[in-house]
Design a protein around this ligand. Structure first.
Ligand SMILES: Cc1cc2nc3c(=O)[nH]c(=O)nc-3n(C[C@H](O)[C@H](O)[C@H](O)COP(=O)(O)OP(=O)(O)OC[C@H]3O[C@@H](n4cnc5c(N)ncnc54)[C@H](O)[C@@H]3O)c2cc1C
Length: 264
């Protein structure tokens, strides 16, 4: 078994000789997969985290979503990551709203806050998001996992196939393509944190798009009936080719500062 730091130092042959049976195998090393792997290792299980990309953090680090919105409750690993990021110069900051609305910036405009108290990010009422340097978050996650003896991380390793024991309703093994070749991995528990539910789909599991209904987890804020409501933040993003000479990003915000305030 190798920790993340050892993983990079060892030769490919050494790594492939390592045992490929784990207690927990997590597919996907984004925020969800990092949390699952780190928590499982801290509970004493032997964990393998399989990530297709060259680093950790997933959408948060590799797809430009470099902030946490205010959410109630994340005082465990997210707070720990915040503290780790605080040790790195300019890696993380609380934000404050500078202007509320602009046609080009329907979500307003945020600047850096002087405050550093993490607790302000825990409520939508205080409304203080946290922004971070994507690369620093990748390193902070890698650092946290490297401290866990029981956690093995494979980067550039993609889940591609699954062996299901249908009569037992259980996944026996998954196949992972690594830079050193194809490996079958067995585990007692598999966690699909791929965001695209690739493992669950391949295994024939039931899946759902949109929030779960109230009855599933007895969650008061969940809808009573199933709805396919997705994250509306996606509408703010444009995925298109830039014209030759077109600037990558307009970082100015002069107009937004002078606009009237629109409601709350
Ligand atoms: C456009 C957009 C805007 C958003 N804006 C915000 C925001 O402002 N603030 C906020 O807090 N949240 C925001 N979110 C939500 C937030 O980004 C996600 O909720 C969060 O990143 C999801 O984390 P995750 O770990 O579930 O998935 P991801 O971060 O997507 O991680 C999934 C990981 O699985 C890996 N993977 C996929 N397939 C395989 C495979 N076959 N084998 C191995 N690995 C695999 C991927 O490489 C990836 O690293 C936004 C999301 C989107 C799409």
């Amino acid at each position: 078994m190798v920790s993340l730091s050892n993983h990079h130092r060892r030769s490919p042959t050494d790594r492939l000789r390592d045992g490929l049976a784990f207690d927990v195998c997590v597919v996907g090393g984004g925020s969800g997969g990092f949390g699952a792997a780190c928590a499982a290792a801290r509970h004493g299980t032997r964990v393998l985290l399989v990530e297709a990309g060259p680093g950790l953090g997933g959408t948060s680090t590799w797809a430009g979503v470099n902030n946490w919105e205010p959410v109630a409750g994340p005082t465990g690993l997210p707070q720990e990551l915040y503290q780790r990021l605080r040790r790195v110069w300019q890696a993380v900051a609380l934000q404050q709203r500078v202007a509320r609305y602009h046609p080009d910036r329907p979500w307003g405009w945020y600047g850096l806050a002087r405050e550093t108290d993490y607790r302000l990010s825990l409520s939508r009422r205080s409304g203080v998001p946290i922004c971070f340097e994507p690369e620093a978050l990748d390193r902070a996650m890698a650092g946290a996992l490297a401290e866990e003896e029981r956690c093995t991380v494979w980067l550039c390793a993609r889940f591609v196939d699954v062996d299901v024991a249908r009569d037992e309703h259980r996944i026996r093994a998954i196949r992972v393509e690594t830079p050193e070749g194809s490996r079958w991995v067995t585990a007692t528990v598999f966690v699909d944190a791929s965001a695209g539910i690739y493992l669950a789909h391949a295994a024939g599991c039931e899946s759902r798009i949109g929030p779960d209904t109230r009855e599933v987890y007895d969650e008061p804020s969940a809808p009573e009936m199933p709805i396919k409501q997705l994250n509306n933040a996606s509408l703010c993003y444009r995925i298109a080719r830039l014209a030759p000479g077109e600037p990558r990003q307009d970082s100015r915000c002069p107009k937004a500062l002078t606009l009237p305030r629109f409601g709350r």
